[in-house]
Design a protein around this ligand. Structure first.
Ligand SMILES: Nc1ncnc2c1ncn2[C@@H]1O[C@H](COP(=O)(O)OP(=O)(O)OP(=O)(O)O)[C@@H](O)[C@H]1O
Ligand SMILES: [Mg+2]
Length: 699
């Protein structure tokens, strides 16, 4: 896919050359020659190269992506709504973090008519300077992240302008942006459209210049009078109501559909909260319900550093281009300046191996010399790239995040040390929660009623499986059997009484047995909600043998059990399988790290499950002992002719033995997974156990 983008990108540069078609072309159209007969017996016309030439012309990136909108995640109205919110939220979070600001976001979705929504996303980030606003929101492939190697959510420079373009194509409405960089400077307001033919922004308001919004109260008045949407203040906190110093709000009107459940905006925001515990999001859904996902820490993640490419990851063609474009004069200078981890002595070694002078001039270097330079790089030992360019979430925060959102009894996490694929450093992190109820058991009756009404699923069974994660087909069957409802019943046509019955059944059925593992995938802290089958993360989870960790699993399937696994890949460049950034490509190095991380949490889960099973078994054994001890003591007393005190004494002794034999039934774990008794099973660091007798589900 990326080749398509590259091609499109290249074409964007030469807009002017469009009409340069061969002069002979017009005459040529008459040059069509008849040749042998076609299948219908008539002679078939042959088109000449000159005729074809008249039709060959430039394709603008915007036209390309307008036609191929599915590549960017706009293939159906439901996904379009989510993608729009996602692109804007991802940008806002990137901007806040780069600006060193603890992010506070407002996500407002308003219904504007049937299948029509207005999405407004605002942040308290650093804002955008006036000159850049039109290009950022009105030109595809324009951004600050593509040419650098630094961990961020966005990387392609296409996300938000594509959302704007989709909105414009489906509703004809412009994208509205308001951005403020300082309380002492005017804010800027733009209404934009994309000229898809030229891939350029068209400013509609302020006579093509945009509008400046005065500072202070005058500004508030200006905004109110013109109906510009802007949240000016943070929510009130004990009478404290500070004004936003800077920030950006983008408003896009688009055709979409709003659903809850899997793949929804609500799910995306909830999952974003798990992986970003430093973020607060105020969310207003199309029905006017307000939800706030509050931050659980004020600490921003450490700032990831920008790095240069590592020599091992650079392909030959790229090396040729880099040498052609460099400002460095000697080859040593080029190597040390363009790559990370190449010191002058490493550069000298590379040159020696390649049999090139260290002072060879980059402008005069021959093609074969670049070949041997490339080979020499592969043959030289160069230390692995620096890893301060990645900011993983970290085990403690993964536990915190998971515990915050997924109810359960056992949690553990593992962050792998950094590794490298194609020269790009990356880190894999995994968190696991065991024992949580499925989302299906938490859903309130009125939400269920709405979900049923909105669903486009044809049967109830399909509805249950597509709306809730982890139910699986066995779970759906069990719910339908319990509620005495047919599998083929249509979700939209249930009576009130039937819905209540279904709701009851969803609560009562024990889903923990039929429930399949829920996999939450993340790339650079962004939840990935689509194309699970194409993603290296899901493939690794399915590829593991979970049976050896105490879960049941059929071949080629996700394991079964009340388990949620969260997997995060953090990298300076996440290799997505397409521009819509939905699935991670399966480089062998990535697959290996995924496996190792999953094994780490798998082992901890197995230890916990074993210990839990032992406690249960010993408890059962003890109760059997206790049931018969009285009888035994009585019978022995009769045979030996004991008086009452001696019989009682015997009973006490037997009781002592039984207690000792089944001592494991008394084991209690502390909240780090260590046994409270002395002989510990050590689950290691970063494990969290919730005792339900002591503490109710945290939510
Ligand atoms: N809310 C914002 N605040 C500040 N800068 C922003 C904001 N939104 C976008 N930008 C700037 O606009 C650029 C383009 O955004 P866009 O979403 O189109 O691409 P991207 O985020 O770089 O990559 P991707 O296509 O992967 O999302 C960004 O690189 C960033 O510099
Ligand atoms: Mg973006």
């Amino acid at each position: 896919m990326s080749t398509a983008k590259q091609a499109a990108k290249k074409s964007d540069v030469h807009v002017e050359e469009e009409e340069a078609v061969d002069e002979g072309a017009t005459e040529a159209s008459t040059d069509e020659v008849s040749t042998e007969s076609a299948s219908n017996g008539k002679p078939r016309k042959r088109v000449t190269a000159e005729t074809l030439a008249t039709k060959q012309r430039e394709i603008s990136v915007s036209e390309f992506f307008a036609k191929n909108r599915h590549l960017l995640g706009f293939d159906n109205p439901r996904k379009a709504l989510l993608t729009t919110v996602k692109e804007a939220v991802d940008n806002s979070l990137d901007a806040c973090e780069e600006g060193g600001i603890v992010p506070e976001l407002w996500v407002h979705i308003e219904t504007m008519g049937t299948n029509r929504f207005k999405v407004g996303v605002q942040d308290n980030g650093p804002g955008i300077v006036k000159k850049q606003i039109p290009l950022i929101f009105g030109k595809l492939l324009y951004g600050s992240k593509f040419h650098r190697l630094r961990m961020s959510r966005g990387q392609q420079g296409i996300g938000i302008s594509a959302a704007g373009m989709y909105g414009m194509l489906t509703t004809g409405k412009p994208v509205k942006i308001i951005s403020k960089t300082s309380p002492r400077k005017p804010a800027h307001y733009f209404e934009l459209q994309i000229d898809t033919k030229r891939n350029l922004p068209e400013i509609i308001n302020g006579k093509g210049e945009g509008e400046d919004i005065p500072i202070g109260d005058k500004g508030h008045k200006y905004i109110a009078e013109r109906g510009i949407e802007w949240v000016a203040h943070y929510p009130s906190d004990e009478g404290h109501h500070p004004e936003l110093k800077s920030g950006t709000r983008v408003t896009i009107e688009l055709e979409g559909r709003y659903y809850r459940g899997r793949g929804s905006v609500d799910e995306y925001l909830e999952q974003t909260a798990i992986a970003n515990p430093h973020v607060t999001i105020h969310y207003q859904d199309p029905e006017g319900n307000e939800t706030t996902y509050g931050r659980s820490t004020d600490q921003l993640p450490p700032e990831p550093k920008e790095i240069k490419p590592h020599p091992y990851g650079v392909e030959l063609g790229r090396l040729v281009t880099m040498i052609k474009d460099t400002h460095a004069t000697t080859i040593t200078q080029f190597l040390t300046e363009s790559f990370s981890r190449v010191s002058p002595s490493v550069a000298r070694k590379i040159c020696e191996t390649a049999k090139i002078s260290t002072r060879a001039n980059t402008k005069r270097i021959a093609r074969q010399e670049v070949d041997s330079l490339y080979q020499a790089i592969q043959d030289t030992r160069i230390s692995a790239p620096a890893t301060d360019c990645i900011a993983p979430i970290g085990e403690p925060l993964i536990l915190k995040g998971l515990h915050h959102v997924v109810p359960g009894e056992f949690y553990c996490a593992a962050t792998r040390p950094p590794a490298v694929y194609r020269g790009n450093p990356f880190v894999i992190e995994v968190g696991l929660a065991f024992g949580g109820a499925s989302a299906a058991q938490k859903v309130p009756l009125d939400s269920l009623t709405e979900m049923l009404g909105e669903s486009d699923a044809r049967t109830l069974r399909q509805f249950l499986m597509s709306s809730f994660d982890g139910i699986g087909s066995a779970g759906s069957e069990a719910i339908l059997a319990e509620s005495k409802m047919g599998t083929r019943q249509s979700p939209g046509r249930l009576s009130k009484e039937e819905i209540t019955r279904l709701h009851q059944a969803m609560r009562n059925v024990n889903l923990s047995e039929g429930q399949t593992m829920q996999v939450l995938r993340y790339a650079n802290r962004v939840p990935l909600q689509f194309q699970p089958a194409a993603c290296a993360i899901t493939q690794s989870v399915i590829g593991m043998n979970w049976r050896s960790y105490g879960l049941s699993q059929s071949r080629g399937q996700l394991p079964v059990g009340p388990v949620t696994v969260m997997v995060h890949m953090a990298s300076v460049w996440v290799p997505f399988t397409s521009e819509s950034k939905e699935a991670v490509a399966g480089y062998p190095e990535i697959a290996r790290e995924l496996r190792l991380a999953l094994q780490t949490v798998g082992r901890k889960l197995a230890m916990y499950l074993n210990a839990r099973n032992r406690v249960k078994q010993e408890g059962e054994r003890r109760s059997i002992f206790l049931r018969y001890l009285g009888e035994v003591a009585g019978a022995v007393g009769v045979i030996r002719d004991y008086d009452e005190p001696r019989r009682k004494n015997l009973y006490e002794k037997l009781l002592g033995v039984a207690r000792k034999k089944t001592a494991e039934a008394d084991i209690k774990f502390d909240d780090r997974g260590r046994k409270v008794a002395e002989d510990e099973i050590d689950l290691g660091e970063n494990v969290l156990i919730v005792r339900h007798d002591a503490e109710p589900h945290a939510k």
